[in-house]
Design a protein around this ligand. Structure first.
Ligand code: PLP
Length: 436
């Protein structure tokens, strides 16, 4: 399969090449030239597939130029070594828990898949690949954990000072070895801008093998389609119906991955784009122009994104037809106050402890149901374990949220990060010295 750039000015290349480049030379994002029609029985209510089986079937056509099917199998078995359970709360409300990976973030799917793809190839060529990542919280830990101690790869993380949770920061700053954390005095948008500047700096790219692991990277997106497929077949078996998916969104990689799965043949009744007050996309869906804005800080901080980079992919998937996008995707936004209340309501009603991002997803589903009258079964993607946002959650539900063992470990280790201003010159100098 070949991949083109949404910028329209770069040559078509293979999956691995597109993954290594991250952003295309013309500043666009890579997209498949065509979507395969997956050989799966989407109409059958009796199919049972494991997450790993679906991941393999979905990956073969994408990786056909780069890996044999045996190598693809190995990569999946190694990367996707945890589950994504579908938890039923009521007859029509299902929570897809995506936080059972090693860093308890759904980003483990993308990060682990990409890390293993890169590492498998680097051992055969020279020079370390330098993965440059801007993170508003969860990406950093997942990428750091995914690449940690893999040969041939260096990881450099940029996070906004004071704007990530304690645990999120610890997951980035306590690893060491091939993982370096830069604490930027600025916002997530500043971090993202710095990374974009570095990628478009030709001189720097000639000196270093730079690559990205943000959700702009096609290798992060593809593995997120796997769990949509898995959830689809589970719901099909339980209800024999076509799901509504509500997706708590920031950069819109997760929702784009759902659209990928749909393009490959998976029926979807509706997608819901759920955001916090960073509502650039819901605004657009309600009929206004797409207008990026500076991000606002909220309690669902992994979604504090003012300029969602995957939006150009969504446009490309619909051939730029805004009306069709607005028809297929329902979007709404919520305040911190509404989010807190929803966390409380879910605990009261179902005894379920949701993190703030998941709560935003449920809020949006409620509103969709109210406005559309559609009460068919719906799947809310749960993107983080509540213990990662324990301060917010515990205050609302009035009891302690247990921290899983693997997070406790990060809590005790020593932190190491390098403070830096948000000017590009500082980053450039650092990268040249550290990796040149
Ligand atoms: C990254 C993240 C999101 C947003 O996902 P996008 O793909 O950027 O839209 C939502 N919730 C959590 C917990 C995240 O870490």
């Amino acid at each position: 399969m070949r991949f083109f750039s949404t910028g329209g000015q770069s040559p078509e290349i293979s999956f691995l090449k597109a993954a290594e480049q991250g952003l295309a030379p013309d500043g666009g994002l890579y997209m498949p030239t065509e979507f395969p029609s997956l050989p799966l029985p989407f109409d059958s209510p009796n199919s049972e597939f494991s997450l790993q089986q679906l991941a393999k079937i979905c990956s073969y056509p994408f990786l056909d130029e780069d890996l044999s099917s045996d190598d693809t199998d190995r990569l999946i078995d190694d990367a996707i070594n945890f589950e994504a359970p579908l938890v039923q709360l009521s007859e029509t409300l299902f929570i897809l828990e995506l936080f059972h990976g090693p860093t308890l973030a759904f980003k483990d799917f993308g990060a682990r898949f990409m890390a293993r793809l890169f590492s498998a190839h680097r051992t055969r060529s020279n020079g370390d690949l330098v993965i440059l990542v801007a993170t508003s919280g969860d990406t950093g830990g997942a990428v750091a954990g995914g690449f940690y101690d893999l040969p041939g790869v260096q990881v450099c993380l940029l996070y906004p000072e004071g704007k990530v949770s304690d645990l999120q920061r610890k997951q980035m700053t306590t690893l060491g070895k091939n993982v370096t954390a830069l604490e930027i005095s600025g916002t997530f948008d500043d971090c993202q801008k710095l990374v974009k500047q570095a990628f478009s700096d030709q001189k720097l790219n000639n000196a270093l093998n730079l690559s990205s692991a943000n959700s702009i990277n096609i290798a992060r997106l593809l593995p997120q389609s796997f769990y949509y497929l898995h959830a689809f077949f589970q719901l099909k078996k339980l209800t024999n119906q076509t799901p509504v998916f509500s997706v708590p969104s920031g950069n819109f990689g997760n929702l784009t991955a759902g659209l990928f799965a749909e393009k490959m043949g998976m029926p979807v009744k509706k997608f819901i784009a759920a955001t916090n007050r960073n509502d650039v996309v819901p605004q657009y869906l309600s009929g206004t122009d797409f207008k990026p804005r500076p991000s606002i800080q909220t309690i669902s901080n992994a979604m504090d994104v003012g300029n969602p980079s995957n939006f150009s992919r969504i446009r490309s998937l619909f051939d730029g037809d805004d009306e069709r996008i607005r028809k297929h995707i329902f979007g709404t936004a919520y305040s911190d106050e509404q989010t807190r209340k929803k966390i409380g309501d879910l605990y009261q009603e179902f005894g379920y402890i949701a993190d703030p991002h998941t709560a935003v997803g449920v809020l949006a589903l409620d509103q969709y149901r109210e406005q559309s009258g559609d009460d068919s079964p719906a799947i809310v993607l749960s993107t983080a374990h509540p213990s990662k946002f324990a301060d917010v959650v515990e205050e609302v539900i009035g009891r302690e949220v247990e921290i899983p063992e693997r997070l406790k470990k990060a809590k005790e280790k020593e932190e190491k990060s390098i403070p830096m201003d948000a000017g590009y010159d500082s980053l450039k100098e650092f990268l040249t010295e550290q990796y040149g």
